[in-house]
Design a protein around this ligand. Structure first.
Ligand SMILES: [Zn+2]
Length: 252
């Protein structure tokens, strides 16, 4: 999952005052959508599906506004309009069968704007997303928590019919492998690869498959808005590195 950096409120993302990021979008959190798309690109923060039509993406509440605790209270209701609580999500990742209104507790689950979530998972052929087997302890537990939260562990046997994310990942894996061959055979250039990723999404699959091509990985980091550059080691093929090295419990 692509790790991202969210802009701080008050930044003027494109010199247009109407797009100044606010701390609070009261009364309508949906007004934050153009700011989020400018910051993070027109793709789902979780499954990385790319969209031409921004209406297919929703302002996603990291801590769900409708989450109800055991006492019948809504502890995150006050965060409904707060920039700090937003990412972008497709309908599937944020649907009732996946993230929905589940409880998200910071420090108990990796999140793409706080952790190096490319380090959390391994993307493989057949649409498989595994937790990175090199993780241990709290990092392993928090990566698994994110995988379960958004249902990235679901394959063809346990996805509902409308949840085609595993199939999309399978398709994009095959596409990226085909274009890796074409790229290495000098039949296509780097610009074509980047255009394909922009159109097809699944950034992490392309980043995985182009592991041996740091020049492609560099463009994947630089040309996709919001990608957290500090999560990748430019001196070592842009391999992922811990985002929170001072955190002894979970450096990821
Ligand atoms: Zn999604």
């Amino acid at each position: 999952m692509r790790p991202v950096v969210k802009l701080a409120p008050g930044k003027y993302p494109c010199g247009d005052d109407s797009l100044t990021i606010k701390t609070d979008y009261h009364p309508n959190y949906r007004d934050a959508k153009p700011h989020l798309i400018f910051n993070l690109g027109c793709m789902c923060s979780y499954c990385e599906k790319a969209f031409d039509d921004e209406r297919e993406l929703a302002v996603e509440h990291i801590q769900a506004k409708r989450y109800k605790d055991e006492n019948g209270n809504y502890p995150y209701a006050a965060l409904e309009t707060k920039w700090e609580n937003f990412l972008l999500s497709c309908a599937t990742c944020n649907g009732r069968d996946n993230k929905g209104d589940k409880n998200v507790v910071y420090g108990e689950c990796h999140l793409p704007h706080l952790n190096n979530t490319f380090l959390s998972f391994q993307y493989k052929a057949g649409g498989v997303v595994n937790v990175n087997p090199n993780l241990t302890g709290k990092s392993l537990a928090n990566a698994e928590a994110l995988r379960k939260l958004v249902g990235l562990n679901k394959g063809p046997m346990d996805s509902k019919s409308k949840d085609r994310r595993w199939f999309v990942r399978t398709e994009k894996w095959d596409l990226a492998m085909r274009y890796l061959y074409k790229y290495e055979s000098k039949k296509v250039d780097i610009e074509t690869i980047i255009d394909l990723v922009k159109g097809h999404g699944c950034w992490s699959i392309w980043f995985t498959i182009f592991k041996e091509h740091p020049e492609v990985r560099k463009e994947l980091i630089e040309q996709f808005p919001g990608t957290a550059k500090e999560c990748f080691d430019s001196a070592n093929n842009y391999e992922p590195i811990p985002r929170n090295p001072k955190n002894t419990i979970d450096p990821v």
